[in-house]
Write a protein that binds this ligand. Structure first.
Ligand code: BGC
Ligand code: NOJ
Length: 822
């Protein structure tokens, strides 16, 4: 069943009923201020760091789900209304609505509904260049009699540190503080001492009253679905003192037939310099009154409907320009809208959020992952290359001098995170992968000369090139008995914890190492080395480091040799050797005989193509791992816990890394299939995990049909086909790479754009407009020949091109490119 549809022209997903199988969310914000926004106006917002600077409270795991958001309660006191109270975004009252629609667009969401002739519209967004959410609310009287409406706004403040907020009640119930001035409610908890920031929740209209104390507003033992003040039709003008500070405005609106009224609500983050914290300094102490200058400036900016509309128009323009850098037209609308719009949009979200805040990631757990952020970069470098550059320098600064890396760093401090530490031996190689993608996109070799600290220590700074070398060398110098890379704590698969041996509940599988075997090896890391190593060698050559290039090529050859000798199982590539030197991912194993990762990546790297093993490997993947909903991670699923394998065997069969469809690595197989020229199969693996193709199956899939999920339950799970962990996943970047570079075949290389499509033979053609190094490439691919791979000819602006690499024009012009397959 479907719960909405794609409006492609508007680049919106339109949800047509509020009771989606899970809250279907959007992300607002592209710079420092971010909001999670569900189709019923649930969610929360934060400034830069979802854990440390959270403005509004959100209870994960609440019942009912998704209670907590920015809510607007309406009460109709006209005779036809008879005191009727409802929430026009459906939640939290689950109000019956005569009409409902939520449009999630690029950086904004719009909820429209109607009840008894009172139409409500809420447009929510985070404007560019400001740290706030704007909610533009319009009430329209569609009935044929006058309406008197009481509107109550509602937000519940978080006491900034989201972790502390939900655990440290002995302190927190005593520290809440607010100020109210006119239509502005200020949340200033902890401002008296170490904080210099506060939140403001304001509306550009006079108010009848307000509440800032949750209990006063809701009433004792009431939930968000039955606030006393609203039913009474009167705010209490309560001032929070400890307990739970909230912000609620009471507004009265009288609407003649056909009349509309618009209100602009702003929820903002404001910061003062340390010496300007207070309104008026009092000798011997402070005034206790916050300095409201930053709030004044912010609210002045959005004090009118016109100003809010202008901010929304600017935001629309920003997204239009961004997404115009890569657009797709094709007969297959689902592919076109995903590749051209939603997949890239999701990549921007993973750029901003990494794995911190979603409806599955609580925003308090993980910082920016070294491995994750480098891979995310592959999906957004073509959109915001300048920001990708800065990101690379941030990530590289958390690398250790020996090439290993902090597994995560905190976005606010940009320091490596001691809790997660280091020792994930795939990490270093992803830096090469990210930097190579950046250079291929931009041609900016200058980045290699940037001085970047090691371990955030300026004294240890060296060039980014040296960072790459240390990454490369780390793998070379950390090999096991078979000449394959040591796995360390884990590789890409965080749950393959071969040195962990954990028997203690609650112990972290990833950071515990009870068994320093020094021999557990990863075939996947070997394959990653074989895939990214050549880019390192090429970068060396192109920057005149010939000896280094030769050394790198020798090491890559040695690694491929080791894969061939010790990484091949007969019908597929092995996955690893455990701490006892036993095979993982071999036909000799009882469970976990075959894994997706090493097979996808080895073939991506080209291993086994010449002698046919690559074909065998992918055929085995299809035979043993493929399902209707995508390729599972391994088979057979582990039925019991294996001390020597770790977390992978802790999951019930079919979920997460234990034979779930871990979408992130499906595109590796897609790309691998294109290397073999099998376009039909490549496209099939692409579509199976692509959400738009499962829109009409939303009851089973449950997650948003416009974004990828990290995991879909595998065939061993009772809920095979059900997705979880939507939004923040490396799936976004890799599927974009697979569709844009390898299926549609428009692939940035060091010298330009390589054109090498690999598509189903019945795909007639498509066109892609792509901005690349300062020019627009308007590419039309014609497959009337009906092939899966192969380019017969290319013309550029009417002239034949030699070869298949479109050169760098860099002339700010548009170039017409016609590609004939055959
Ligand atoms: C999950 C992994 C994830 C890891 C990160 C594990 O519980 O299964 O997917 O990468 O946690 O900490
Ligand atoms: C999610 C993590 O964010 C990612 O780093 C890891 O590779 C996958 N899980 C697989 O375990």
């Amino acid at each position: 069943m479907q719960y909405g549809f794609f409006d492609d022209d508007a680049r919106e997903y339109v949800i047509t009923r509020p009771d989606t199988p899970y809250p279907w969310i959007n992300y607002l914000g592209c710079e420092d201020f971010f909001s999670l926004f569900s189709n019923t106006s649930g969610g929360y917002c934060f400034y830069r760091d979802a854990r440390m600077l959270r403005l509004t409270r959100y209870r994960y795991n609440n019942v009912p789900a998704d209670t907590g958001g920015r809510y607007f309660y309406l009460r109709d006191t006209s005779s036809a209304g008879d005191g009727d109270v409802w929430t026009p975004s459906w939640m939290p009252m689950k109000s019956k609505l005569d009409r409902y629609e939520c449009r999630h667009g690029m950086g904004y969401s719009r909820i429209s509904s109607c009840r008894n002739g009172l139409a409500f519209s809420q447009v929510s967004f985070v404007p560019l260049g400001a740290n706030c959410e704007i909610h533009r609310i319009t009430l329209t009287n569609e009935s044929n009699a006058e309406k008197n409406i009481d509107m109550f706004s509602f937000v519940e403040f978080c006491l900034w540190n989201a972790n502390d907020d939900m655990t440290n009640f002995q302190r927190n119930l005593s520290i809440g503080e607010v100020e109210v001035e006119g239509s502005r409610i200020y949340h200033k908890t902890e401002y008296r001492e170490r904080r210099n920031h506060y939140a403001v929740w304001a509306v550009n209209a006079p108010i009848e009253g307000f509440d800032t104390d949750r209990q006063a507003f809701l009433g004792l033992y009431n939930g968000f679905d039955s606030p006393q003040a609203v039913f009474k039709g009167k705010a209490n003008n309560s001032t929070a003192s400890g307990w739970a500070p909230i912000g609620s405005h009471h507004i009265k609106a009288r609407l003649a037939t056909g009349e509309s009224k618009t209100f602009v609500f702003v929820l903002g983050y404001c910061e003062n310099q340390e010496d300007q914290k207070w309104a008026k300094q009092v000798s011997g102490g402070n005034s206790g009154v916050i300095n409201k200058t930053p709030a004044d400036t912010l609210l002045k900016k959005y004090s009118t409907t016109e100003a809010a509309d202008k901010a929304l128009a600017d935001l629309n323009e920003y997204w239009k320009n961004l997404l115009n850098r890569f657009t797709v037209e094709a007969d297959d609308k689902r592919m076109a809208r995903m590749a051209g719009v939603w997949n890239q949009y999701q990549c921007m979200v993973t750029f901003n959020m990494s794995r911190s805040a979603s409806y599955f990631e609580s925003g308090i757990g993980r910082g920016m992952g070294f491995r994750d952020s480098n891979q995310d970069l592959l999906g957004f470098v073509h959109l915001v290359p300048e920001r990708a550059r800065l990101r690379i320098l941030d990530i590289a600064a958390t690398q250790f001098p020996d090439g290993s890396a902090y597994h995560q760093y905190q976005p606010l401090t940009k320091r490596g995170n001691n809790d997660a530490g280091t020792g994930f031996n795939d990490d270093p190689l992803w830096l090469i992968c990210g930097v190579a993608a950046f250079i291929k996109e931009t041609g900016d070799y200058g980045i290699l000369n940037e001085k970047v600290p090691f371990n955030n220590d300026e004294k240890l700074a060296d060039t980014l090139f040296i960072h790459l070398k240390r990454s490369f060398d780390y793998t070379v110098t950390h090999k096991g008995p078979h000449g394959l890379p040591l796995i360390g704590r884990a590789d890409w698969n965080d749950c393959l914890n071969l040195n962990c041996f954990s028997k203690t509940p609650g112990e972290s599988f990833q950071t515990t190492a009870n068994y320093e075997s020094g021999i557990a090896e990863s075939v996947l890391i070997a394959a990653i080395f074989a895939f990214t190593g050549p880019d390192y060698a090429e970068i060396c050559r192109r920057t005149n480091r010939i000896e280094e290039a030769e050394y790198a090529e020798k090491e890559i050859a040695a690694m491929i040799d080791a894969i061939n000798k010790h990484g091949w199982d007969g019908e597929w590539f092995l996955r690893a050797y455990d701490a006892y030197g036993k095979k993982i991912g071999s036909s000799e194993c009882d469970d976990g005989k075959i894994f997706i990762e090493s097979n996808g990546f080895a073939v991506m790297a080209g291993v086994g193509i010449e002698d046919g093993r690559a074909f065998k490997a992918l055929d085995s993947v299809k035979e043993h791992l493929d399902t209707k909903y995508g390729i599972v991670l391994q088979q057979p699923a582990y039925k019991e816990y294996h001390l020597e394998l770790g977390e992978i065997s802790s999951y019930p069969p079919g979920y997460k890394e234990n034979a779930g469809i871990f979408c992130h690595n499906n595109p590796w197989v897609t790309i691998a299939e294109t290397r073999l020229g099998r376009g039909t199969r490549a496209f099939e693996t692409y579509t199976k995990i692509c959400p738009a193709y499962r829109e009409d199956d939303s009851d089973l899939r449950r997650m948003e049909p416009y974004v990828y999920a990290q995991m879909v339950a595998g065939k061993d799970a009772p809920r095979h086909g059900e997705a979880k962990n939507s939004w923040l996943t490396g799936t976004a970047a890799w599927t974009f790479v697979s569709i844009s570079q390898y299926i549609l075949g428009i692939c940035p290389v060091f010298d330009g754009l390589l054109i090498d499509p690999c598509i189903p033979s019945d795909m007639k053609g498509y066109s892609v407009n792509r901005r690349f190094r300062g020019a627009d490439y308007l590419i039309t691919v014609d497959n009337s020949a009906g092939v899966e791979k192969g380019v017969k000819s290319i013309t550029v602006d009417g002239k034949a091109l030699n070869g298949t690499v479109l050169p760098v024009y860099g002339d700010g012009k548009a170039h017409e490119i016609i590609v004939m397959m055959g």
